[in-house]
Design a binder for this molecule. Structure first.
Ligand code: ZN
Length: 206
């Protein structure tokens, strides 16, 4: 989703300059290497592959209220990373979960990633400022979500719920129903409910 206003973001240039050092990381991801733990300790094992496509939350420090789940509409992780890390495309997400369960962090959680675009949820019209975006590598129906991938999605979501109390898990199709269909009818919202992760699709017992 193009967001012309974000191009003027003063942090964008700094992030873009940092991007050149990341070629080795791209190669690792493209080769399908197993994810390895970096950075601070989180639940799932996460590889940092920074994207230049982000800005400041509005207002800065805005509380995270939602996690927006997407599918990439690509066959592969490499195809998704090419899009989500391309300055010209002006899209990104905080996390990408590969088919093999590898989890990649593109944008720091305190920054505003560009994943939701125009839309609203529970009265919030700037969804990107109050959400974390998770892209799941999947081409769309009839492409299934493999068990290894779902386990990683659930681990990441549990971790996010623990660190952002009260967060609600929604689909891109919830916040932008006129434009978006992801993560699609095959995404197992019941698995999130079973894990105690609140979402508007399946009731979660308090
Ligand atoms: Zn989406």
């Amino acid at each position: 989703m193009r967001e012309a206003n974000d191009r003027a973001d003063p942090t964008a240039g700094r992030a873009r300059r940092g991007r050149r050092a990341l070629c080795a990381g791209i190669a690792i991801a493209a080769a399908g290497a197993t994810a390895f733990a970096v950075g601070r300790a989180l639940g799932p094992r996460i590889v940092d592959l920074p994207s230049p496509n982000f800005g400041e939350r509005r207002p800065a420090g805005a509380k995270v209220k939602f996690v927006v789940l997407h599918y990439t509409a690509t066959e592969t992780l490499a195809q998704a990373l090419d899009i989500l890390r391309d300055p010209a495309r002006e899209v990104s997400s905080h996390y990408v979960v590969d088919r093999d369960g590898g989890v990649y962090r593109l944008v720091a959680e305190d920054k505003r990633a560009w994943h939701a675009g125009a839309g609203s949820w529970r009265g919030e019209d700037d969804v990107n400022s109050v959400s974390i975006g998770v892209e799941i590598v999947n081409a769309g129906p009839p492409d299934p979500f493999p068990e290894r991938q779902m386990r990683a999605v659930l681990a990441l979501c549990r971790d996010l719920a623990a660190r952002h109390p009260g967060v609600e898990f929604v689909g891109h199709s919830d916040v932008a129903p006129d434009r978006k269909v992801d993560p699609g009818p095959l995404f197992p919202w019941s698995r999130l409910a079973e894990a105690g992760l609140p979402n508007p699709h399946v009731f979660v017992r308090p």
